[in-house]
Design a protein around this ligand. Structure first.
Ligand code: OXD
Ligand code: MN
Length: 607
């Protein structure tokens, strides 16, 4: 059971009695713990009104009208984009900010060297100070939400208190929001307490703080999705990973998809790629014509919660209910399903706006029409960004024509393969398979990827991003590796583990692999491996496909030689790769499981 977050005495006495005078709104829950906590936060933040969300359609319509009236949203062309709205964020608030993100555990060791740590009492004091009176003249929305399908043993309840109507409408898309969460919670006290206030969006006051021991999150000074949709990165990953370690499951930055063969056989796969590296595209892939009869079903595009089932398989659920996808680069070739999904009931953030109130971004296809304004509302000039590189769509997953029916199944889907992928222009082959679970954990733990616009900071330099979880592991990374290693004792039918890289380039900077739908070829090999249908060749890195088993038919211009180049293992590059892993290994040396060191030695020896 989690402790309710204590509000320091100073603030309690300062605001004592004001709650009675404040308009409490119509509560739609009887849960005493929820009511008491909302009351305490209201005393602190002093909203002019409290709005208890129920998740209904009537409520959605009223809130949307209010957001349009107040200029937070603009209605898009209702003929082309029915139910779609446009939002611009503050230009200084367009991505996650890792330097302002904190894990506040009792000891610094629990947070570990890869997280910003602060003592909980100190951080509570500081943030309550910033929150004091912060919602004066604003409405405080009470947003109850459920992560995971109702009645799933893996589902969790969160309640977010926020002064941002954009957050409320986005949470309504991204989670199962409203009464369903109160129904699941009943009289219980085990819910995540999330407090969000935009303040004045001053980056100097921006903090995204996690208190795992209290199941509490406080986010101030931002209104960007990854910092403020508290169900997503904050609860589903950072607090989720902490809970997963405590309760024996995994919270991962992974898409989940189902591959259906023409025979009807369905194989479920989970895949970790860092932010803005194509998880959404991969999760919604349409197999090319050559794969007639094959289907890809989406379970989730960003987060997987995975727990061993009674039958010894690893089961996964998608805790989310919507997609918060990167807009630039989304088109009918890269992601045909997404282009359908985002045609209705979608919120667009920081894309460009055309004169007929349609949306545009780099890589959408056709050129933008004259009179297009950029994401900051300025007339767009050729050669400049029209859409912000991390501009987003927020769309309901129920719009997905290929939504796996199993995404609604409380028990989740059995995972046969886990894929780790990075964005690497050199070194990493298209695909290889780990020798075993421990080797696979080492593979995931040492994966490097080029940084992207999803986080504030330089783009394009390689950093070690273990399991794509560097910004999201809510505790010590060394303990996280240990947890992964321990999981093998709890799973009888261990998924196989693979590494993939769609982004390898030649010396001229051209991609060596066509990617997108053609990734189906890699997936087919992976599925065949899972079912024991094909052999493989041993290399120093792991098992790679025998040329005869990898389907290259009907891929004009791509020959066996091209395949060899994209699969090439360059020993010198790999020696450098191992050295580049030292930075992370040295950082967490005191906590790293010895198996990881042995795996490294074995790889060096094999090379
Ligand atoms: C995301 C991210 O938004 O990883 O999913 O940043
Ligand atoms: Mn993500």
């Amino acid at each position: 059971m989690s402790r309710p977050c204590a509000i320091p005495l100073l603030f309690r006495s300062l605001f004592n009695g004001t709650l009675q005078r404040m308009k409490l709104g119509n509560r739609n829950t009887q849960n005493a713990e929820v009511i008491a906590w909302v009351g305490k936060v209201a005393e602190l933040c002093q909203p002019r009104e409290i709005f208890w969300c129920d998740g209904s359609t009537v409520e959605k319509e009223a809130l949307t009208a209010e957001a349009v009236r107040s200029g937070v949203l603009l209605e898009l062309n209702p003929e082309r984009l029915p139910g779609c709205y446009y939002h611009r964020s503050h230009p200084n608030d367009v991505a996650r900010v890792e330097q302002c993100t904190y894990v506040c555990t009792e000891s610094e060791e629990e947070a570990g060297p890869t997280n910003n740590w602060a003592p909980p009492a100190e951080m509570y004091r500081k943030l309550y100070g910033l929150c004091a009176g912060a919602m004066r003249d604003r409405v405080m929305y009470v947003v109850p939400y459920l992560l995971g399908p109702p009645k799933s043993p893996m589902a969790k309840v969160g309640i977010e208190l926020t002064d941002s109507i954009y957050v409320v409408l986005s949470m309504r898309i991204m989670t199962r929001m409203g009464k369903v969460a109160y129904d699941e919670l009943g009289e219980g006290t085990d819910f995540n307490r999330g407090l969000h206030t935009m303040l004045d969006l001053d980056p100097e006051r921006r903090h995204i703080a996690h208190f795992p021991q209290d199941n509490t999150i406080i986010s101030v000074g931002s209104n960007y999705g990854g910092n403020v949709l508290l169900g997503k990165k904050c609860l589903a990953l950072r607090i989720g990973s902490w809970l997963g370690r405590k309760e024996g499951w995994l919270a991962e930055h992974m898409l989940i998809l189902g591959v259906e063969a023409p025979s009807g056989e369905k194989t479920f796969v989970a895949a970790a790629f860092p932010s803005a590296c194509g998880k959404t595209n991969f999760a919604m892939m349409q197999p090319p014509r050559h794969f007639r009869g094959w289907k890809i079903w989406t379970v989730g595009d960003d987060i997987a919660w995975m727990k061993p089932g009674a039958d010894g398989c690893l089961y996964a659920i998608n805790p989310e209910f919507g997609y918060f996808g990167v807009a630039p680069g989304t088109n009918v070739h890269s992601n045909p399903n997404a282009t359908e999904i985002i045609k209705r009931d979608t919120i667009y953030t920081n894309v460009a706006l055309t004169p007929d109130r349609d949306v545009w971004w780099e890589g959408k296809g056709e050129d933008p029409p004259a009179g297009t304004v950029d994401w900051q509302g300025r007339p767009w000039k050729s050669g400049e960004h029209a859409a912000q590189p991390n501009s987003r769509f927020t769309a309901p997953m129920t719009n997905n024509p290929m939504l796996a029916p199993e995404a609604m199944d409380p028990k989740g889907v059995p995972i046969s393969a886990i894929i780790f992928g990075g964005r690497r222009s050199t070194t990493l082959p298209l695909v290889y398979e780990a020798f075993n679970w421990v080797h696979g954990v080492y593979m995931g733990a040492t994966m490097g990827s080029e940084t992207t616009a999803a986080a504030a900071g330089a783009v394009g330099h390689v950093r070690c991003d273990p399991m794509a979880m560097l910004p999201f592991t809510g505790y010590n990374m060394g303990f996280y590796f240990r947890h992964w290693l321990n999981m093998r004792k709890r799973i009888t039918h261990l998924p196989r583990i693979f590494s993939v890289n769609w982004f390898r380039k030649d010396d001229q900077g051209n991609f060596l692999w066509p990617g997108y739908g053609e990734n189906m070829r890699v997936l087919e090999w992976i599925v065949d491996r899972c079912h024991g249908r094909v052999g493989a060749r041993e290399t120093p890195l792991g098992w790679v496909p025998n040329a005869r088993d990898f389907d290259l038919d009907d891929l004009p211009g791509f020959t066996r030689e091209h395949f060899e180049r994209v699969q090439q293992i360059n020993i010198e590059e790999w020696r450098r790769e191992i050295l580049s892993q030292d930075e992370l290994f040295m950082k967490i040396y005191a906590f790293i499981p010895k198996e990881m060191i042995f795996q490294r030695e074995l790889l060096v020896a094999r090379l």
